[in-house]
Design a protein around this ligand. Structure first.
Ligand SMILES: [Fe+2]
Length: 395
């Protein structure tokens, strides 16, 4: 298919590059708002190193800490208020995907007078797609979302239980400062959930995209294979810098648009997971480990050839004497086994979610991305019954 590709984010990648933060931020502003999450950046010493680098470059800062997992619009509003009051002219997102996503929308909210929730795309009448934002510098401390190098953000509204997203060119970070040393202290479970998130980003396009994209196919398979190989190592030994670096690189190329270019990607696993985590506040990657294999078993019936290709190329399964569906299902079992081995949950019961609100999750999943018959955008498009069926199979 015809496509456009745009990614203006400059990347500075490598172990130890955090020391260049001040120099880089200084190109965009004089006073930074440093946005952080739950406090791990302080415990690990990352925050102190960041501040030291800023001080050397003569940059002052204000702080917005405590951005929660599944970041809420209330945190965005709070951060934008601090940035305005303190006269910040550049935003530093120092944390994981939640921190980076919240920071992007904060950067736009500082320059927008209306309700920041209007900036999140959820189809309402007063929807305002951001057209300008303060410069954003992302410094990821977790390899997972790929948010460091794209113009997307996922934000939750705790009042309405809606988790929605915005994706637009104004939200591209100016620079992604990617220092894999910062991920050495990420605990095993979060490392594993991050690996699942990375793989799922690539799988969405691989399993939902159009046919006839051989370069993107091989690319996606390469990212998945490497994310599994080095992800396993990073979970086994968190201090393995080589594994951490490869996983972080996989997270970036998995979602900076290259793998998705021209495949017309859809994101049903993410949409279903977002519906779950909006209601239950489970970690995104853990939710994907539950939804992923269940959705794949549903999709494999409709597109067995693609899953057979996945089986053959990613897991090296022999195609001899097997039909495509049988082979595809075997690969899905192997993928689920991989997720379990690195410590991800693969059933709803493991995270305390029952079947009492399945209809609601199905409705919420389709709310953000649906066709004109109300079906969740996917290949194949999913009816409410289809989504409930997938959830039921994940119990
Ligand atoms: Fe994700």
């Amino acid at each position: 298919m015809n496509f456009e590709f745009y990614n203006p984010t400059k990347m500075v990648f490598g172990a130890g590059v955090l020391s260049r933060l001040g120099e880089i931020v200084g190109q965009y502003g004089k006073k930074a708002l440093i946005v952080t999450g739950g406090g791990s950046v302080k415990r690990s010493g990352t925050f102190a190193k960041a501040v030291e680098s800023l001080a050397k470059a003569g940059i002052t800062y204000a702080e917005c800490s405590g951005v929660e997992p599944n970041p809420r619009i209330t945190s965005v509003t709070r951060g934008a208020k601090i940035a305005r009051e303190e006269g910040c002219d550049v935003i530093i997102a120092l944390g994981g995907g939640s921190t980076m996503d919240a920071s992007k929308v904060m950067a736009a909210a500082v320059l927008y007078d209306g309700d920041p929730w209007n900036l999140i795309g959820h189809g309402q009448a007063d929807w305002h797609i951001p057209t300008k934002a303060l410069p954003i510098i992302t410094v990821p401390t977790l390899a997972a979302t790929g948010s460091e190098m794209n113009g997307g953000a996922v934000i939750s509204n705790a009042e309405t239980k809606v988790k929605s997203f915005v994706k637009t060119s104004a939200l591209f970070p100016k620079v992604a400062l990617v220092d894999s040393e910062l991920t050495l202290t990420v605990p095993k479970d979060q490392t594993a959930y991050g690996v699942c998130d990375i793989i799922t980003h690539v799988m969405e396009g691989y399993f939902n995209g159009i046919d006839g994209t051989p370069i993107q196919d091989r690319w996606a398979e390469g990212v998945i294979i490497n994310a599994m190989e080095y992800g396993r190592k990073a979970v086994a030994d968190g201090s393995d810098l080589e594994a951490r670096t490869q996983v972080q690189w996989a997270s970036i190329v998995g979602l900076n648009g290259w793998v998705q270019a021209g495949v017309n990607t859809l994101s049903p696993m993410h949409m279903i997971e977002h519906a779950l985590s909006a209601h239950h506040d489970i970690t995104h990657g853990a939710g994907l480990a539950i939804v992923g294999p269940a959705w794949m078993r549903f999709a494999a019936k409709h597109r067995p050839q693609r899953f057979a290709q996945f089986a053959e190329r990613v897991f090296g399964f022999s195609t001899e004497g097997k039909d495509d569906l049988e082979l595809g299902l075997k690969a899905i079992d192997a993928y689920e086994e991989f997720l379990r081995n690195i410590g991800c949950p693969t059933h709803l019961s493991e995270v305390g979610i029952g079947d009492d609100q399945f209809e609601q999750y199905a409705k919420d999943a389709a709310l953000v991305a649906h066709d004109n018959e109300g079906r969740l955008l996917a290949r194949p498009a999913m009816t409410m019954d289809d989504i409930v069926g997938v959830l039921r199979s994940a119990l």
